[in-house]
Design a protein around this ligand. Structure first.
Ligand SMILES: C[S@@+](CC[C@H](N)C(=O)[O-])C[C@H]1O[C@@H](n2cnc3c(N)ncnc32)[C@H](O)[C@@H]1O
Length: 259
């Protein structure tokens, strides 16, 4: 990944608990009666989702794949006993298959999900499980605010096409895709309501994820100004509560397929 555009694991982990909760919830729902021997975590980031998987199945052999060198370096340092691979998940191949192929908050960065899901299917052992969660960022006010700011004359040229950094499909699309290949499927959607310390925390949260493609196109000083303009618009959709906290609703879609 291009230097300066790589992910920042420390900023990402500032909201570690909130970002890991969907993995914990998805893992809890996986209904299997055997002990999985091998698990693949696609877009494992700094290893937080992988660690949640190992808390449920401590004897499984875990492989984490991520195309960010920074993220994999952080995962390696934090959890040296697992296998960590720097690779684009859409190109990743393995001669081994896995009992569980898992991914939290990562595949929205990868295009062409018909192809990706076929690939993931082929990486799963018979009777294994696919378990995926994707944020519905484009359905949230913050996404619209970022796009509104980006469409201003000052930012328009630099940020053209940034909204396309995220792959978006509706749940009907995923249902058709997964139910065609798997014996049983489960789908649900959750609105987490995260309690943050301030409105600026929403900027910190999204600067390392949903706002990242926009910031990656800007010089350092412009990044700050762009963030400031987003912050000034945040106030209407994310007001300060009576106790000073700010509520940040965050929608996520969950999908489980049993092969
Ligand atoms: C929001 S983080 C999710 C990290 C972790 N799974 C979690 O649950 O918090 C998204 C991760 O997807 C990774 N990613 C994005 N595109 C990818 C690709 N094409 N192949 C592999 N990883 C990718 C990013 O580098 C990042 O670490």
């Amino acid at each position: 990944m291009e230097q300066g555009k790589d992910w920042n694991p420390d900023l990402y982990l500032k909201f570690r608990n909130e970002r890991t909760q969907p993995s914990i919830d998805l893992i809890r729902k996986i209904d299997i009666s055997f002990q999985p021997k091998s698990i693949l975590d696609i877009g494992c980031g700094p290893g937080n989702s992988s660690q949640a998987l190992l808390r449920r199945w401590p004897n499984a052999k875990l492989t984490g794949v991520d195309n960010s060198e920074n993220m994999i370096e952080k995962a390696k340092k934090s959890y040296p006993d697992n296998t960590w691979i720097v690779a684009d998940a859409s190109k990743y191949t393995s001669s081994d298959k896995f009992d569980i192929v898992f991914s939290n908050a990562a595949i929205q960065w990868i295009p062409h999900h018909e192809i990706l899901f076929k690939k993931l299917y082929n990486l799963i052992n018979i009777c294994g499980v696919l378990a995926i969660s994707v944020p519905r960022f484009d359905e949230m006010p913050i996404s619209k605010i970022i796009q509104r700011v980006a469409s201003k004359a000052k930012w328009k040229e630099a940020t053209t096409g940034c909204a396309d950094a995220f792959t978006r499909y509706n749940y009907q699309f995923y249902y058709d895709l997964i139910s065609a290949d798997y014996q049983k499927v489960e789908f649900w959607q959750t609105d987490y309501i995260h309690v943050l310390e301030s409105q600026f925390a929403i900027i910190e949260w999204t600067s390392s994820t949903g706002m990242k493609p926009y910031l990656d196109r800007l010089e350092d000083e412009d990044k700050l100004q762009f963030e400031d303009e987003v912050l000034s618009e945040i106030k209407f959709d994310y007001p300060v509560q009576k106790n000073g906290k700010v509520l940040f609703p965050f929608r996520r879609l969950f999908m489980v397929g049993y092969k």
